[in-house]
Design a protein around this ligand. Structure first.
Ligand code: BYC
Ligand code: FE
Ligand code: FE
Length: 475
């Protein structure tokens, strides 16, 4: 069962060959997906061989397969984590009853909506990143972004499979819609805010992988708890891919920090721009931006949607089954941050309504661990500066703080103060132009752009100077 059948056009471990109708529907969707990939996927590298990892089975060893692949020939497939025999629903009003193998009629619309929202982010991120190959800081990084892109493409397949297999005609229509919306398009934008922002440069890309893919980790982990077993198993396998995306983000920013610190020490200056580096205050502004738009992705602090998802058994908490409370949350309360005059105070709210905020708290703690590791690098260089996550109310467009102006250190400020200070807090057009000016491609194996340190090791035991993408045919 764990073995993936690669003799099939659509590799899968869901016995697709035995379900002719579903197979046909997915085979019809496939050329439209490939058209979308050609049109909206990585710009300019479709014919190049890339050293990619492909899943050949869903157990951890199945990940060991690396090979040269042209991206349009990547084996996008449908992989679900192994079923847990006798799995039951862990929370909400159906707690203790067997997990559903089919969609319960009463939750059809809600589940479809959750799956479409999740699915929509996957192609959106590929669209946002499609121009970045042309300005890669190294072949190693070029390979990594393409690995992320093909896996986000596969995540779209994962959600489209669920739509086709379990939602009939509506599901097929939604699967088309996922190929029709476009990131940043004013007529048919992607569903969630962060996925309509631009990812214009590699600093933004690494920040996106660190902050926005990490929202993916937390959302997928909550959906992995779902009582709808096919969704749970799909998300559990997606999470194994997500780990690499967050590695790309954390290590990418870590390498920029490293390079900046080296330049600061070498030239005994904070002004590393003169030496082609990205100064730490600019990195802090990019961090503030990407953190705040990613915090919005968790929804409002108080959400009846989230309460309904939970009570229905559709979307759990992070690590729901490891928690030892009643998994119903009818009586429990949870402490959330709320604006109070010009300060922020904590208020107890019904835990059931505060589930988005609770997930956001888990996410912030996870982000902080990465920031601490960057700060350890800064400290090791004897530099007296710390990167900080902005306050959760900073620059928010969703929730309690959306109508307010909040400083990164969590003061509710006047519009006048915001206007005067926002250039200290968010990237300015000049900052963006400076970062853009650094984005000249470096494609010689083993060479890196001057604003980023090399990684400590290569991919799959290969040396750092390996030719991870074959830009010219091998002689
Ligand atoms: N932008 O009760 P509320 C990933 C809407 S990332 C625009 O506050 P709820 C990836 C909301 O839809 C993971 N609209 O929130 C990463 C609702 O609309 P209606 C993606 C927003 O529903 C990198 C209204 O506001 N997965 O995988 O509890 C690369 C009030 O909603 C936003 C998921 O998101 C926003 N930021 O929670 C590639 C999981 N926030 O009903 C991939 C599935 C809220 O009034 N989605 N709204 O029309 C969900 O679980 C929920 O839809 C949300 C929102 C957590 C997003
Ligand atoms: Fe994804
Ligand atoms: Fe991802």
């Amino acid at each position: 069962m764990a073995r993936v059948d690669y003799t099939e056009r659509i590799p899968n471990n869901v016995s697709l060959a035995e379900n002719r109708r579903l197979l046909r529907a997915l085979e019809e969707w496939r050329p439209r997906y490939l058209d979308w990939w050609q049109q909206m996927g990585p710009d300019g590298f479709q014919a190049k061989d890339v050293y990619l990892r492909t899943a050949i089975s869903v157990d951890p060893q199945g990940w060991a397969h690396f090979d040269w692949v042209k991206m349009p020939e990547y084996r996008w497939g449908i992989f679900l984590a192994e079923p847990e025999p006798g799995r039951s629903i862990a929370f909400g009003e159906h707690k203790g009853t067997p997990a559903w193998q089919e969609v319960p009629g009463e939750y059809r619309g809600t589940l479809r909506r959750l799956i479409v929202t999740q699915g929509d982010t996957e192609p959106a991120s590929v669209e946002q990143q499609r121009h970045l190959g042309r300005t890669c800081p190294s072949l190693y990084d070029l390979r990594n972004i393409f690995q992320v892109n093909v896996e986000e493409g596969r995540h779209l397949w994962a959600m489209v499979y669920l739509l086709h297999a379990h939602f009939g005609r509506d599901g097929r229509e939604e699967a088309e819609g996922l190929l029709q919306r476009r990131s940043g398009d004013s007529d048919k934008p992607r569903i969630l805010g962060a996925f309509n922002e631009k990812t214009p440069d590699w600093l933004s890309f690494f920040m996106f992988c660190f902050f926005t893919d990490r929202d993916g980790k937390y959302q997928l982990a909550s959906l992995a708890e779902s009582g709808f077993d096919p969704l749970s198993r799909t998300c559990r396998f997606m999470l194994t891919e997500e780990a690499h995306h967050m590695f790309v983000g954390e290590a990418g920013i870590g390498r920029v920090v490293q390079k900046t610190c080296e330049l600061m020490r070498e030239h005994r200056t904070d002004d590393v721009r003169r030496h082609g580096g990205i100064d730490l205050p600019t990195m802090q502004k990019y961090l503030n931006f990407h953190c705040s738009v990613s915090l919005d992705l968790f929804g409002s602090e108080i959400s009846t949607n989230a309460a309904n998802f939970y009570t229905a058994g559709l979307k759990g908490r992070f690590e729901e089954t490891k928690k030892t409370d009643d998994h119903l949350l009818k009586e429990a309360t949870y402490s959330i941050a709320v604006p109070d005059g010009d300060a922020v105070k904590m208020a107890e709210e019904p835990a059931l309504l505060a589930l988005n905020e609770r997930l956001r708290d888990d996410y912030i703690a996870d982000c902080q661990r990465g920031v601490d590791r960057w700060n350890a690098t800064i400290k090791r260089h004897g530099i007296d500066l710390v990167l900080r996550l902005p306050h959760r109310g900073f620059h928010r467009a969703i929730g309690n703080f959306a109508e307010l102006r909040v400083s990164p250190d969590g003061r509710i400020v006047s519009q006048a103060e915001w206007d005067a200070r926002k250039h200290d807090w968010l990237p300015t057009p000049e900052d963006e132009a400076y970062v853009a000016s650094l984005m000249t491609p470096v494609v010689e194996p083993g060479k890196f752009a001057g604003w980023i340190a090399p990684p400590t090791r290569g991919i799959n035991g290969q040396p750092v100077e390996f030719q991870y993408v074959k830009l010219t045919p091998r002689e």
